[in-house]
Design a protein around this ligand. Sequence first.
Ligand SMILES: Cc1cc2nc3c(=O)[nH]c(=O)nc-3n(C[C@H](O)[C@H](O)[C@H](O)COP(=O)(O)OP(=O)(O)OC[C@H]3O[C@@H](n4cnc5c(N)ncnc54)[C@H](O)[C@@H]3O)c2cc1C
Ligand code: SF4
Length: 625
Amino acid sequence: MAATRRAPLVLFRRINSPAFLSNSSRYSSLRLPLQRPTPTTTTFKTSKSHQYLRPFSSTSRLQNESLLHAERESDQVDVVIVGGGPAGLSAAIRLKQLANASNNADFRVLLLEKAGDMGAHILSGAVVEPSALNELLPDWNSPDNPARFEGVTAVTSDRMRFLTKKRAIPIPGPPQMKNHGNFIVSLNEMVKWLAERAEEVGVEVYPGFAASEVLYGPDGGVMGVATNDLGVGRDGKPKASFERGMEFHARCTLFAEGCHGSLTKNVIKKFDLRRDSQPQTYGLGLKEVWEIKPENFVKGQVSHTIGWPLPNNTYGGSWMYHFGENKVSLGLVVGLDYPNPYLSPYSEFQRMKHHPFFSSVLADGKCISYGARALNEGGFQSIPKVSFPGGALIGDTAGFLNVPKIKGTHTSMKSGMLAADATYTALTEKTSGTVMLYAYEDALRTSTIWKELKQVRNMRPSFHNPLGLIGGVLYSGLEAYILKGHVPWTLKHPTPDHAATLPASHPSVRKISYPKPDGVLSFDILTSVSRTGTNHEEDQPVHLRVKDWQAHARREFPRFDGLESRFCPAGVYEYVEEDGGGLGVRFQINAQNCIHCKTCDIKAPSQDIEWSTPQGGEGPKYYLT
Ligand SMILES: Cc1cc2nc3c(=O)[nH]c(=O)nc-3n(C[C@H](O)[C@H](O)[C@H](O)COP(=O)(O)OP(=O)(O)OC[C@H]3O[C@@H](n4cnc5c(N)ncnc54)[C@H](O)[C@@H]3O)c2cc1C
Ligand code: SF4
């Protein structure tokens, strides 16, 4: 266990470094993450790399590639948490609550978040069940609490509609979609607030730090993570602003990266955590926030739809939540097992808003925010083993989202708290050696998470039936009202999402021609991307890793006719027309537009696109998402 509470000088130095400051200066509101006094003691190991961390006087590009392999500085803490969403922050708060209650204030919990500001990469619906929040911070909404979370709107009514092209037909919603007692929030606002609560109890919260590498100890267990180097050019060589990444060593590392975490992928593979589970499956959620006219606003109203504009062979549905003052959160989720390579989730969402069900609400309003993020749809049968030597998976990175409810915040938070309980006990009972969080795995199985996910396990896979959407709705109704999961079977997900796409030449595939955006209700993709605040330094290695762009184009373009340019909700991938070369197109990656939704890593048919963390602090800067 770390001996004394120490402010990590190494981090303090980094946020004042030329690379970090030049990176963060784009964000006018970026606050320095560590509003802490300059530390008087250091805890990191000095190493031969120390000299390289000083600011460079020369501005010329450094050719010395050995810098890239210089030893990194390291800091030893008790627990490292990767990802500052609901899961990571709940785990962090719970750990420090336990430590503080035992007068163990020196117990160090350090949380790394890739967004420049806490919450800036969070996108959700969001109607939140308050169960986990009530347990973690019982006074979160109390009028007596001056630091209560104020951004909540109580749900007042629920509506479920089946959309045809022109009509919205009322249908009964499943019990899972009843939201009495729940709250509409902007999850990105709520996460900012949670991060403040975490700092209050002594968690070391570091936004702007992307964990890019898992560190394994001599016994093969996870011993922490490393952040990526700053100031590396697109050619892979160190620039004048180069600064080596840092290592954070801990006896326990909790991965809370959200849906399809990039380090989690590595850990799942390394420890074969999917040996007893089915593949994870996903949806892509696209969201906008609108400010609407007061006469169209019904505070607390929650609506969900299925049907149009998605075809019968594609799972998905929309939401529209009235919250705050004249604000509407609306969005569309599209199951990423859609078969038609010509389908564009972004364009489906844009045309959806022209349906009278939405256009009547949005009329004369203003779109103020846009974003997109993948979410887990695999449910119960896709939960991997969650513990491994030296740590555990928590929240959506493990896949605790309840699909029929479209809710994962409460389960993510609860899993973080269960992992925190197990971690604190393990670290305090056994003060050396690699920890195994068996107690977390066991606690999950007896928790409310397990119960609720097991009950709805057959609903999502039931949409794979010859009747498509209609068959899925009928079977899900049966499950929701009568069977309630008490059946001896567990339906399987037929394929991973990347394998579900049909080639463009398949006889059942039809080209889709989408209407041109009108600039009032619907927008072109670059206008939408401009509403995400996304930015990435251009002169850095492309974080969407494709080994050979042209080989990729030669293999994928003839088969899928430019699928990537349609599945990406931020216009990152393009096939640019080009004479010569035989193919007639050149594959291009506009990495600076990426909004970190992870769809490409999930849906690319040959699984040859790898999403990796760009420099910390980059990516979207979401507002009210
Ligand atoms: C479109 C959509 C609608 C939804 N609607 C609802 C809803 O209405 N109600 C509900 O309860 N749930 C909803 N959910 C689900 C809910 O948002 C998630 O279950 C919840 O956010 C999961 O929390 P998490 O902490 O596990 O992950 P996340 O919220 O995704 O947070 C993960 C954090 O980790 C950071 N991170 C990732 N990798 C790294 C790294 N390598 N280094 C540093 N930081 C990293 C990310 O930037 C992010 O801040 C919705 C989700 C989506 C996408
Ligand atoms: S490049 Fe990939 S992760 Fe980035 S926005 Fe496009 S699909 Fe999402």
